[in-house]
Design a protein around this ligand. Structure first.
Ligand code: ADP
Ligand code: MG
Length: 220
């Protein structure tokens, strides 16, 4: 188990980001299976269920994320399965419940992160999600505050930029939406110096918008 008292849950992180004008997938906390099913009926299908616990940093590593749930029966089953695999992987974890959110359609996956540099303070990172970011470290950085002009430059300077313009029939990502999102994140971290680390991983980018499907905030 990771000792991470300063970790906010996905639901808490997304609520703060939404308030700050950063687009996130609507996400609700269910504290029981019954509640998960009633929230599901309210949100509509397909849905995603994820473990909600400040003791679980990487939710999908231990069976804590279930995608593409098509009906209430699948939601109920996923709820039970998530809880049992998390209890097995982290017997000591305090489990708050599960988060319930619509399954976002596929888009170009990007990530935005913030970490604090001893010398420069908060620094934002932008990159493509998935393998490109993990293996090739194809990312760009700017010191907060990040202006619209900076955001524009940091998006264009990654090697994978052509991916954002669309390739092999894949739809392009809205660059203006990404620029706006980066500026909003910069304003958010500037206003909240108690945030030590922030991770929007992944953000799904579409031709007309960009939405974070996962969010993680760590406080000082
Ligand atoms: P982790 O804590 O492991 O990073 P995530 O919330 O990022 O968990 O979920 C793991 C993966 O599941 C994501 O990288 C993304 O590909 C997919 N995913 C998560 N939430 C959604 C969603 N709402 N819609 C579609 N795909 C999602
Ligand atoms: Mg994630």
């Amino acid at each position: 188990m990771v000792k991470s008292q300063n970790l906010l849950t996905e639901v808490e992180s997304k609520a703060l980001l939404k308030k700050a004008g950063v687009p996130v997938v609507e996400t609700k906390l269910a504290r029981s299976k019954k509640e998960a099913i009633s929230i599901s009926n309210e949100l509509g299908f397909p849905l995603v269920l994820k473990i909600s616990s400040t003791d679980v940093v990487h939710k999908s590593d231990s069976g804590g994320v279930r995608l593409g749930l098509a009906n209430a029966t699948q939601v109920g089953k996923a709820y039970t399965e998530i809880l049992s695999s998390i209890k097995q992987a982290y017997p000591q974890a305090h489990i708050e419940g599960v988060s319930v959110q619509p399954m976002a359609p596929p888009g170009v996956e990007v990530i935005v992160g913030m970490s604090k540099d001893a010398q420069f303070g908060p620094v934002l990172m932008f990159g493509l999600g998935g393998i490109l970011v993990e293996v090739l470290k194809d990312v760009s950085f700017r010191i907060v505050p990040v202006t619209a002009r900076d955001a524009r430059a940091m998006i264009r300077e990654i090697k994978g930029y052509p991916v954002l313009e669309g390739y092999r029939g894949q739809k392009p990502a809205s660059i203006p939406a990404l620029e706006k999102l980066i500026v909003k994140v910069s304003q958010f971290v500037e206003k909240n110096p108690q945030i030590r680390e922030l991770d929007l991983n992944p953000i799904f980018a579409y031709p007309d918008k960009a939405v974070a499907v996962d969010a993680r905030i760590i406080l000082e």
